[in-house]
Every structure is written in C-alpha cells, then in structure tokens.
Design a protein around this ligand. Structure first.
Ligand SMILES: Cc1ncc(C[n+]2csc(CCOP(=O)(O)OP(=O)(O)O)c2C)c(N)n1
Ligand SMILES: [Mg+2]
Length: 543
C-alpha cells in the first residue's frame, strides 16, 4: 500500500508535473528524498525559496500546473510572496511544506522554526491559496489531497499541502466509497443556454464587436479557441498587460495591449469604441485601466470570467467561464466587415548608429528586431514591464510578468521555470538593476542546468519607476559591475553595453550562444521607455 508521500507524488505526476522547485530542510527531508528519487519528477534545488515559488509560478503559466516544496516556516514563509502573486494572477501552483510531526507537537517544548503556534504557517497560507490542507492523519490524507487538486483545477490558483513529517511514511487509508470524491461544479443548463443565445444574437447585430482577451483564457487553455472564434467572425482582439501574448501579436486581428488612457490610440478606438465588447476572463486592474476608474459602459459589454457572467446590465448565475466560452467559441455566427485595425510593421530592422549611447527606446527596438516565435519574454517590474508592453511577442502565451501583483524579483527565477517547462524556448529576461539585486543568485541554478536565457539588465542607476513617482535618495542603489557576475558564478557570458553598436554586436553573440548571456545595459537614470512615459503621468497623480 502506498504511503502518504508516495500517494502525493503520484498525484503530482498524474497532474503533469515534471519538475518541482525547492530547498530541503529537516521537516521535509523524508518527502524531499522520495521526490528526488522519483523517476518522473526532477527536483530543481533553487538558491532561495522565494525563487522556488516564482519558478513554480512561471512553470505553471506555461505547463498548466507547477509545484514547489520547502521546509516549515523558514522556507515556506519565503514562498508566501510568490504564492500571493500566483493567487492574485491565477497561476496553479502546488505549495508543499514539511512540518513538525503530530507526535512531536505533543512533547510540550518549543520546536525549531516554530512561530507562535504550530498552525501559524497554515493560517497565513489559507489567505493565499484556494485550498489549504494539513495531512495530519493517514485516513483523511488521500481525500484531502484530491480535494485540494480539484480546487486547483477549478480555480487555477495555488493550493497549500502541509505534510507533518511523521505522517509522510504512513500507509495511506483511502476508500473513495467511504469518503466520497470531490464533486465538480456544473453550470446551470438553462442559464447557460439563455445567455449563449442572447450573446450570440447581440454579436450578430453589433456594428463593431471586439474582444478584450484576459489572462483567464490562457489559464483555462481556451486561447487558441478564442483566436479561431475571432478569425471566424473577423473581429479584433486586444489584450491587457497581464494577458499579453494570448494571441500571436503579428496576427492581423491583434488590436494592441489595452491599458486605458495609456493605450495606443487605435487600441482605445477599438476597445472603448466597440458597441459589443466581449471581455473574456479579464482581470480589470489599475494597471490595465491606467490608474483611473473604469469607464466601460455596461450596456456595451459582455463580461465573462471565473467571477461570473454579466451581459449588459444583467447577470446570469451559475454559468461557468469555461462552459460559456467553449460553447460560444463553437457557435456559428456571422462574419463582420473588415475591422479598422492599422497594418503594423512586424519585423523591425535595427541599424546601430555610430558612437551613439544606448537609450531605453533603442534597447526595446533592438529586442523587437530579434524576437521570434521560439522566444519568450519574461519581464520583471519597472520599465522592464512597461517598456515590454510594446514588444511584438510571436509566441502565444509566452509573455510572462507579474503585471497585476507587480512583485520585483520574478523574472530571473521565472526564466528558470519557463525553460524547465519548455526547453526549446529561449527566454529573453528583462530585469531592472533593483530587481536584479534581489534575484541574481538564481542565475546559478540556470547555469547548473545548462539553460540559456538572454538576461538584459536595465542598469538605470536605481529605482527608476519610483523615481518618477517621488524622487529621493531612497531610489539610489549601489551600481554594481553586473557584467562581472559570470566570473563569480563561473558560467555563462556577459558584456557591458554602453552604445548601440555594443548592443548590436553582443545581441548577435548572445543569439549565437548556447549558454546564458547577460547584457548589462548602462542607461541614464532618467531615461524611460515610451510605455512608461504613457503611464507615468496618471501614476504620479495617484500618489
Ligand atoms: C518586492 C518589491 N519591492 C518593492 C516594490 C516597489 N517597487 C516598484 S518598482 C520599484 C523599482 C524597481 O527598480 P528596478 O528593478 O531597478 O526597475 P526600474 O524601475 O529602474 O525600471 C520598486 C522598489 C515592488 N514592486 N516589489
Ligand atoms: Mg533600475
């Protein structure tokens, strides 16, 4: 009979996990060893638990599910920030933590790593996950694990599984007939049918319908069907920063990244001017609205997401997001006249100017000129994200950034997660000097596993984003010689970039290289991207 550990590992394998990111510790050692010895799962030791969480999150965004495994409190509490990010942005991550055994908890003295009570860690993670379980005995463990996985699949959010160390090796007692299996929630059939016929009729009569594609489409694996639907009807598709790359951005129906008043003029015209805006799985955040209240006219919007379905001014109860989208995307509707989307140049040529200092704008132009469909963009917070909004991403679902939760430190561990999930994809990492200082140690793991992202450090002398909001000495950070990091790590290549010619030359070398390549791009502290400039005004008025 399987032990609790073996049962949990089997469930991870069956759910499609091939890599688990983590750091061991005595409370999790037994489980960690079993995981390490699994033939189907490879354990990737990271340099820090926060990074294990971000790597698992990025892995989940590509693979459909991710996992990290850490020890009690000292490790798992470091995962909390990454788990919060995954929760906020709907990324299905299994957070597994070892903990003190049930028996030793009764011994009456304090145990190392403890805080306040044995439940402290669990109490915190209850707020950061869609299901959290403590496997405190072998009779309920199997059922609790299955129930938690069911929640993860339903909500596409993280789950927390705590495994006390003396339960890990107990034989599991799991009789599905006694305990029942978790039940999937189903849509109300009448509400589903009525909502579909109302929305279909409206789309058919609308003058200029448009789609605002949200991040939930990718999370529920619906993005390709959405694109086919848009093609069938010939209607434009805009995204948000969080859902950027839901559609290949060279697609003629792609209408740009919508971010309220910071959007390009044509994107606003298409989205704000639509008489039937189909919002599929959109999380309306302050960033997607450029820090202003939403001005969408309810009477012109169908808004369907995991949170519910609203058609004009009324709502339909119990209509599942996946059910509604799947059926709508299959329905036969009329073709619309050619939408008014400007034809854009997708392959941009970058010709370096002689002795010209590199600027943020030219850096993004260069990145745009080399992007292809085998690359992903993993952008950290700051100008890395706001500037990257204008990049033309050709690989569907391969723009990754915590564009809602906006935690610094995502991109380098994120690239680790992306390339573990898709070894054939080459990540281009955009990371600020501030965020680099928080997360650079994970380059070590990247080298360890022979991965080869191109890491572009936007070395702009500190917290440029914060500088825009309020200038002050607190935004200055020590300027490192970032390109020297490859000596310390004893792997990869790097170059210091000061001019357009430097960038051109070393980008070519980076593209030819099969190893990690770091471009330390030295920028003026006050230089910002066009994307950031469009946002800056509204953002500073909020402070
Ligand atoms: C973990 C975390 N700490 C603090 C912040 C607040 N914050 C937002 S942007 C920013 C500056 C980022 O600096 P850098 O990485 O150099 O990027 P830049 O703004 O210069 O492009 C800070 C401190 C944050 N978002 N996340
Ligand atoms: Mg910076």
């Amino acid at each position: 009979m399987a032990t609790v550990s073996e049962f949990l590992i089997e469930r991870l394998e069956n759910a499609g996990i091939k890599h688990v990111f983590g750091v061991p510790g005595d409370y999790v050692l037994d489980f960690y060893t079993k995981l390490w010895n699994s033939l189907k799962i490879k354990v990737i030791n990271t340099t820090d638990e926060t990074h294990a969480g971000f790597a698992a999150d990025a892995y989940a965004r590509i693979n459909g599910i991710g996992c990290c495994c850490t020890t009690y409190n000292v490790g798992t509490l470091k995962v909390a920030n990454a788990c919060a990010c995954a929760y906020a942005e709907r990324s299905p991550v299994v957070v597994i933590s070892g903990s003190p055994g049930m028996k030793e908890r009764e011994e009456g003295h304090l145990l190392h790593h403890m805080v306040r009570s044995f439940n402290c860690q669990h109490d915190i993670f209850k707020n950061l996950t869609c299901a959290s379980v403590v496997l405190d005995n072998q009779t309920t463990a199997g059922y609790l694990i299955d129930k938690a996985f069911e929640s993860l699949q339903h909500y596409k959010q993280p789950i927390y599984i705590e495994l006390p160390r003396d339960i890990a090796n107990k034989s599991i007692v799991y009789d599905v007939y006694d305990q029942g299996t978790p039940q999937k929630s189903k849509s109300d059939p009448e509400n589903l049918e009525e909502s579909l016929s109302e929305v279909s009729a409206w789309i058919n009569t609308a003058k200029n319908p448009a789609i605002l594609a949200g991040v939930e489409l990718a999370r529920y694996g619906l993005q390709d069907r959405m694109v086919k639907f848009a093609e069938k009807l010939n209607i434009p598709v805009a995204t948000t920063l969080l859902s950027k790359s839901t559609i290949n951005e060279t697609h003629p129906l792609f209408a740009g990244v919508y971010s309220g008043s910071a959007s390009h003029e044509y994107t606003r015209r298409i989205v704000d001017g639509s008489d039937c805006l189909l919002m599929f799985g959109v999380m309306l955040t302050d960033i997607s609205l450029n820090f202003r209240p939403s001005k969408f006219n309810k009477r012109q919007v169908v808004n369907v997401s995991v949170s519910g379905l609203q058609v004009r001014t009324h709502t339909f109860a119990n209509v599942g997001f996946s059910d509604f989208c799947t059926l709508l995307f299959k329905s036969e509707l009329g073709i619309h006249e050619n939408p008014d989307i400007p034809v854009r140049k997708n392959k941009l040529v970058f010709t370096p100017k002689k002795n010209q200092a590199i600027t943020t704008r030219r850096l993004f132009e260069k990145v745009n000129s080399v992007l292809d469909k085998n690359m992903s963009i993993v952008a950290d917070i700051g100008d890395s994200l706001f500037g990257a909004g204008d990049l033309i991403v050709q690989n569907t679902n391969h723009f990754l950034s915590p564009a809602f939760y906006t935690s610094m430190g995502f991109a380098i561990p994120g690239a680790l997660g992306v390339q573990m999930a898709r070894p054939s994809v080459r990540p281009i990492v955009l990371v600020g000097d501030g965020a680099f200082q928080m997360s650079m140690t994970e380059l070590s793991t990247i080298i360890q596993h022979n991965l080869n992202p191109i890491v572009i450090i936007m070395n702009n002398d500190g917290y440029a984003t914060e500088r825009l909001l309020r200038d002050g000495e607190f935004n200055n950070i020590r300027r490192w010689k970032y390109y020297k990091v490859v000596d310390l790590l004893d792997g990869g290549f790097s170059a210091e970039i000061r001019t357009e010619e430097d960038l051109d030359k070393h980008m070519t070398k980076a593209l030819e290289s099969k190893s990690l390549y770091i471009l330390d791009v030295v920028l003026d502290g006050k230089d910002i991207s066009d994307g950031m400039r469009r946002m800056a005004d509204a953002l500073s008025k909020r402070i």
